[in-house]
Design a protein around this ligand. Structure first.
Ligand SMILES: O=C(O)CCC(=O)C(=O)O
Length: 276
């Protein structure tokens, strides 16, 4: 039995994916989990995001991050831990006190009407070699989805008004993206609608793009967190050292070194002869 942590850093058990959710992620490359946060939690996090963007000085320096303040708990939210254990973790390198996956990048997308991020990229990641990180591997009954995004939508998203768009299934695509998909209105692009506090997962092996935010009534407020398996790192990013220091020890293992020999976790610098 592989000793994965039994709870997250706040003592909450991971929310395991259903058979349907696992099937959807594998076949589509993306999965929406609506309403994972309460309206109160989403409102508090939205407020943090607005302060980050519009009143930065009011946020203490170590917390000036999309994983600072109330958003810190998104990093190992039970829904995220359940998902990552299934699709991203390398269980032999997890311990009861250390996750088998890393959080390696976070950015905030606070978009007002007219903001446009249409730039299709990715796809066919199943054929990428290790080292690229935009990979997707599978065998019957198990998947490793490589670099994987968890996008927290902190405001509602209406269908076709600027949520991320996907070429569903293209993580396994053997052919190039058709030129017709340069047209953002191509029926090949799929997207979603969701209430505030939903989380969207997708493998970066999938072809995807941002879109134009067209909602005049409210902004897109989305925290994009990026995970990788525990012994790999793609982005050059680290949280502020004081933010890291203040985290509960289990959460801190999300930022452990990529050097995982002997299951070493962050701060473990022992100079002992490595065991085979
Ligand atoms: O802007 C978006 O909705 C998607 C961002 C994106 O392309 C990415 O995270 O790789």
């Amino acid at each position: 039995m592989i000793p994965l942590p039994e709870t997250n850093a706040e003592g909450l058990p991971p929310v395991e994916l259903t058979e349907e959710q696992k099937y959807l992620l594998d076949t589509k490359g993306w999965l929406l989990v609506p309403g994972a946060l309460s309206e109160g939690e989403a409102a508090e996090m939205r407020d943090h995001c607005y302060r980050l963007q519009r009143d930065r000085e009011s946020v203490p320096l170590p917390q000036r991050s999309p994983i600072g303040g109330p958003c810190q708990k998104l990093t190992d939210h039970p829904v995220v831990v359940g998902f990552m254990n299934e699709f991203v973790a390398h269980p032999p390198l997890a311990t009861p006190d250390g996750y088998g996956f890393r959080l390696e990048n976070s950015f905030l997308a606070l978009r007002t009407e007219g903001h446009d991020n249409f730039r299709p990229h990715g796809g066919g990641g199943m054929f990428n070699f290790p080292g690229n990180s935009h990979t997707y591997h599978c065998r019957p009954g198990a998947v490793s989805s490589g670099l994987t995004r968890a996008v927290w939508e902190l405001n509602p998203v209406e269908h076709g008004t600027g949520g991320t768009m996907f070429l569903t299934g293209s993580h396994k695509a053997a052919f190039k993206r058709p030129p017709s998909t340069d047209d953002r209105d191509s029926p090949l692009w799929e997207t979603y609608a969701c209430p505030a506090g939903s989380v969207l997962f997708f493998t970066e092996a999938l072809c995807h793009t941002g879109a134009k935010w067209t909602n005049p009534e409210w902004d897109r407020v989305a925290v994009f967190n990026c995970y990788n398996t525990v012994n790999a790192k793609w982005h050059e990013w680290q949280p502020h050292p004081e933010l890291l220091e203040d985290m509960p020890p289990l959460r801190r293992t999300l930022f452990r070194s990529v050097h995982c020999q002997n299951n070493a976790v962050v701060g473990s610098q022992e100079s002992v002869e490595p065991q085979p």
